[in-house]
Ligand binder design. Structure first.
Ligand code: ADP
Ligand code: MG
Length: 331
């Protein structure tokens, strides 16, 4: 998958430090079907390397719990038991499911992890298939989040209708970024960046005292930045219609589906959310994409510590009030 946000060029600031100065080390691996880049700032190279290794290991651990591509994952087992029984899951799985239900509430059902059967029907990632209206309408009763039952005491999750399928693709990378950043801090990193493609978590500052610089990509102009912003102890997360899509007869079909129509959501080209919490930011970018620019921005203005840049379907750029002074628009 294409990287949605790029670290703006920062030559000169990340050079090899003097002996007593903190070091900055960056490594990349593939996880969750995407390129994951982890940057650590620490007092020594050993500590920075150990923090990066711990971060990757945490992401790998979460992928094994949550991936629907791995048949033995906890979520795959919950899905396989749909309509049959509750499945015992780890606290992490229970947490991401609970947070997903919360964000569904915030976005008036725009964010809905019960979308799985519709995602499979479109299969946008692998082909260019347009499911018919009859096929989609048969799936509608399966995309019902009220049929996901969590028992916090027993530590179980249950899908109450056969054929249901949970897909945390719209929130899992933000969740993983939060947890990976936490283990990096425990391992001694004083600052860092965990970037899972377009979901990027930062903590602390660079050794020279500056914040981490980011560029938000233009949704329609390849290689062009829409805006720049510097972050500290924040997450930036983008959902867009320009990374995984196909076109047919001039219509763009992409991977963010409106749970009401089960068709690609039409209100936005991209939604970038900046928040403290990666799970919230990732869930919200997808949910706001579905809500559309007006209702989406209303929600952002209501929520504390949440800012957003929304590019609507016409290409108009909306910036939340708390971000206006911090965001440098490129055009
Ligand atoms: P990515 O960073 O992979 O583009 P997004 O945060 O944009 O992730 O989420 C897109 C993914 O979320 C889709 O590939 C699909 O798995 C899932 N998804 C699609 N529509 C919805 C929706 N309305 N609610 C929740 N998840 C969705
Ligand atoms: Mg998302």
């Amino acid at each position: 998958m294409v990287v949605l946000l790029t670290m703006a060029s920062h030559a000169g600031c990340w050079h090899a430090p003097a002996s007593s100065a903190p070091v900055v080390i960056k490594r990349a691996q593939t996880h969750m079907g995407t390129l994951v880049t982890i940057t650590a700032v620490a007092q020594s190279e050993d500590v920075a390397q150990a923090a990066i290794t711990a971060g990757f290991r945490e992401i790998h651990r979460l992928e094994e719990l949550l991936s629907t591509w791995i048949p033995s994952s906890e979520l795959s087992r919950v899905n396989a038991a749909a309509g049959r029984g509750a499945v015992k899951v780890s606290p992490e799985t229970l947490t991401i499911l609970r947070r997903s239900i919360e964000i569904a509430g915030l976005t008036d059902g725009g964010f809905n992890i019960a979308i799985g059967p519709a995602v499979d029907a479109w299969n946008v990632t692998d082909g260019s298939r347009i499911p018919g209206a009859a096929e989609l309408s048969q799936l509608r009763s399966l995309v019902d989040l009220s049929l996901l039952r969590l028992d916090e005491q027993a530590g179980t999750a249950y899908l109450a209708r056969p054929g249901m399928k949970i897909d945390v693709g719209g929130i899992g990378k933000g969740f993983a970024a939060d947890l990976a950043a936490a283990v990096m801090q425990s391992a001694g990193a004083t600052a860092g960046v965990v970037a899972l493609s377009g979901d990027i978590k930062t903590f602390g500052r660079l050794p020279d005292g500056s914040r981490f610089p980011f560029g938000i990509k233009h949704p329609r102009k390849e290689g062009v930045l829409l805006a720049r912003v510097d972050l500290q102890d924040e997450v930036i997360s983008t959902a867009g219609d320009y990374e995984r899509y196909f076109e047919r007869a001039g219509i763009r079909y992409h991977h963010i589906l409106d749970p009401r129509t089960l068709e690609p959501a039409r209100g936005c080209q991209s939604v970038t959310v900046i928040a403290r919490d990666g799970t919230l930011a990732d869930g919200l970018d997808t949910g706001i994409f579905v809500l559309g620019p007006e209702r989406g921005m209303e929600l952002v203005e209501r929520l504390p510590d949440v800012e957003a840049v929304i590019v609507d379907s016409e290409g108009k750029i909306l910036v939340s009030s708390g971000l206006k002074d911090r965001l440098q628009l490129e055009e």
